[in-house]
Write a protein that binds this ligand. Structure first.
Ligand SMILES: [Cu+2]
Length: 176
């Protein structure tokens, strides 16, 4: 019986010092960005409140209509424009294929935004910040929002919701 030593290959060649350094750097970086996710959730300032309630689509539609009736100040391309007072509960309805009403808010004021859909799943994308929030029928997604800059901000839908998905727009106007 004879013993032969294994032929050297990439799998049994000892790591070079530089390889060890780079593997260590990559490993530490992985740990750091993994920890950053929960840390961002705890200490970030742009997180959703994780506050939501069950509500029927009929009730959400009813509350949105009442909200529009109470605070309408105008119209923008056929969509009512509402100007609620600071601190108010405000409603934004996703529906094939648009967001209503147009919200006219005050910079620096805080609102409780109730976001939902009255038909299929939608998702509100606030541009140009690219902040995204689900609008799901049967669920009232409550977001505590404080606009920090003024201007006109467009809303689109980022959840494919049918043939008119690409035309699903909305608007939030923030006055200084
Ligand atoms: Cu949609």
């Amino acid at each position: 019986m004879s013993v032969t030593s294994p032929q050297p290959g990439w799998w049994n060649t000892p790591l070079h010092k530089e390889e060890k350094i780079w593997i260590t750097i990559a490993f530490v970086w992985c740990i750091l960005i993994t920890l950053a996710m929960p840390a961002w959730h705890l200490f970030g300032t742009q997180n959703a409140a994780s506050e939501y309630y069950k509500i029927s689509t009929e009730d959400f539609g009813f509350l949105t209509d009442a909200f529009i009736e109470k605070y309408t100040v105008g119209e923008d391309s056929g969509v009512p424009v509402v100007a609620p007072p600071a601190g108010a509960d405000i409603f934004l309805r996703g529906q094939q294929w648009g967001w209503d009403p147009v919200l006219k808010l005050k910079q620096g004021s805080t609102y409780r935004l109730h976001l939902s859909s009255v038909d299929v799943n939608h998702s509100m994308s606030l541009l140009p910040m690219n902040m995204n929030f689900k609008a799901v029928p049967g669920w009232d997604n409550v977001l505590t929002i404080t606009p920090t800059s003024s201007g006109s901000f467009n809303l689109i839908c980022n959840e494919f919701c049918g043939i008119g998905h690409h035309s699903m727009n909305g608007k939030i106007i923030v006055d200084s």
